[in-house]
Ligand binder design. Structure first.
Ligand SMILES: Cc1cc2nc3c(=O)[nH]c(=O)nc-3n(C[C@H](O)[C@H](O)[C@H](O)COP(=O)(O)O)c2cc1C
Ligand SMILES: CCCCC(=O)C(=O)O
Length: 376
């Protein structure tokens, strides 16, 4: 057969076995059957009625792609560069807490998969492995070039604590700070309340919070989500680090404009995967307004509900510089540790490559808003 009907077939080692998940949805199903149902609910759940959680995915389905033909490209170029970090695809790993809940290696395994595939990983402040140890694992997997890790931060009311966290992340080699601003309080996850999942099991902790100023040397400080945090705190952070500062969780165009005025370097358009304020619109529906507000001055990264290469292509066509995935990484980790995460990242990259080709695009730069239509 002349076409590469099954491109994976060329390399027997890469060929999936009959039971291997073939797409992210199949990874979700496989994760659901292996993860403790209480932990699975924690990963899967959203806030209150989970309207936003469902809509993030549904909204991609309400958009169609209108491809161009006969564009004469040889092959695709998926690489992107964000804040000086080269990445092999426009898909990055959004920060998610508690990876050791689903795999004993936790964030170490995720970081190895990220490094091996050339993917940017945003390390959660609520990681169950310390950022320095995550960076060491990433370096082992890809010694050349260093790890492309960014660090996610909840600004703490005690600035000394935030300063110490930033110092740790910087020392570990983090290349950007992602400040999550959609969490003045923690969203209400009723699945977790029903299940009584209120704390990490014994032997697991938020390791980045260990031994911070104002506490005992080995004590783990609770992560504060504080409604007192305001733009002045962003200004302070901007002054106190030379790393790029991104805000994650800006959804109102006026806040996007404010972010520009406060010298922010990038935005992650996110509704926290539907886990904070319920009934916020799907991120893909918000994207055109945020892109217009920013006017190309800083990159906009979108996350929430990205499950297929076509979702990635829609977001890039509507002006995102890259997208993030949250839950799918945890599904891969739960199913097969580092290998599972690699497979999730590779599958999505292959889908993006094929979808680009079918759109007549040779790279994300060729994607324009006219390729996306609302369904009638
Ligand atoms: C289990 C879980 C834990 C999360 N932990 C964090 C976190 O620690 N910090 C943060 O900024 N966002 C956190 N998020 C939100 C993700 O960064 C991301 O916005 C969201 O998962 C994207 O949606 P998706 O899961 O549909 O891809 C978490 C999401 C999940 C599902
Ligand atoms: C302090 C833990 C934060 C985890 C989180 O952001 C989430 O579960 O969505």
């Amino acid at each position: 057969m002349g076409t590469d009907m099954h491109a994976l077939g060329a390399d027997p080692a890469a060929r999936p076995g009959p039971a291997d998940p073939l797409n992210l949805r199949e990874f979700q199903a496989a994760a659901k059957s292996t993860v403790d149902p209480v932990y699975y609910d924690y990963l899967a759940g959203g806030a209150w009625d989970e309207v936003t959680l469902r809509d993030n995915e549904a909204a991609f389905g309400r958009l169609s792609l209108l491809p161009r033909v006969l564009r004469g490209h040889e092959k695709r170029e998926l690489d992107v560069s964000l804040f000086g970090c080269p990445a092999s695809s426009p898909v990055l790993i959004s920060p998610t807490a508690f990876h050791r809940l689903v795999h004993p290696e936790g964030e170490r395994a995720t970081a190895r998969a990220a490094a091996a595939t050339g993917t940017i990983m945003v390390v959660s402040m609520a990681a169950t492995v310390a950022v320095g140890d995550i960076a060491a694992a990433a370096r082992e997997a890809a010694p050349e070039g260093g790890p492309a890790l960014w660090f996610q931060l909840y600004l703490q009311p005690d600035r000394e604590v935030t300063e110490a966290l930033v110092a740790r992340a910087t020392a570990a080699g983090a290349r950007a700070l992602v400040v999550t601003v959609d969490s003045p309080v923690f969203g209400t996850h009723e699945r977790d309340r029903r299940n009584g999942f209120l704390d990490l099991p014994a032997g697991m902790a938020c390791e980045n919070m260990r031994g911070l100023p104002g506490g005992e040397p080995d004590a783990v400080r609770p992560i504060a989500m504080s409604p007192r945090i305001c733009w002045a705190d962003v200004d302070w952070l901007r002054r106190s680090t030379s790393l790029p500062v991104l805000l994650k969780g800006v959804v109102h165009p006026e806040d996007a404009r404010l972010a520009l005025r406060h010298g922010v370097d990038g935005l992650v358009l996110s509704n926290h995967g539907g886990r904070q304020l319920d009934t916020v619109p799907a991120t893909i529906d918000l994207l055109p307004d945020i892109v217009a507000a920013v006017g190309g001055r800083i990159p906009v990264i979108l996350d929430g509900g990205v499950r297929r290469g076509t979702d990635v292509v829609k977001a890039l066509a509507l002006g995102a510089s890259a997208v993030g995935i949250g839950r799918p990484v945890l599904w891969g980790l739960a199913v097969d540790g580092e290998r599972g995460v690699r497979r999730v990242l590779d599958l999505l990259r292959d889908e993006v490559d094929t979808a680009l080709a079918l759109c007549g695009a040779a790279s994300p730069r060729d994607l324009t808003p006219d390729l996306v239509r609302g369904r009638p």
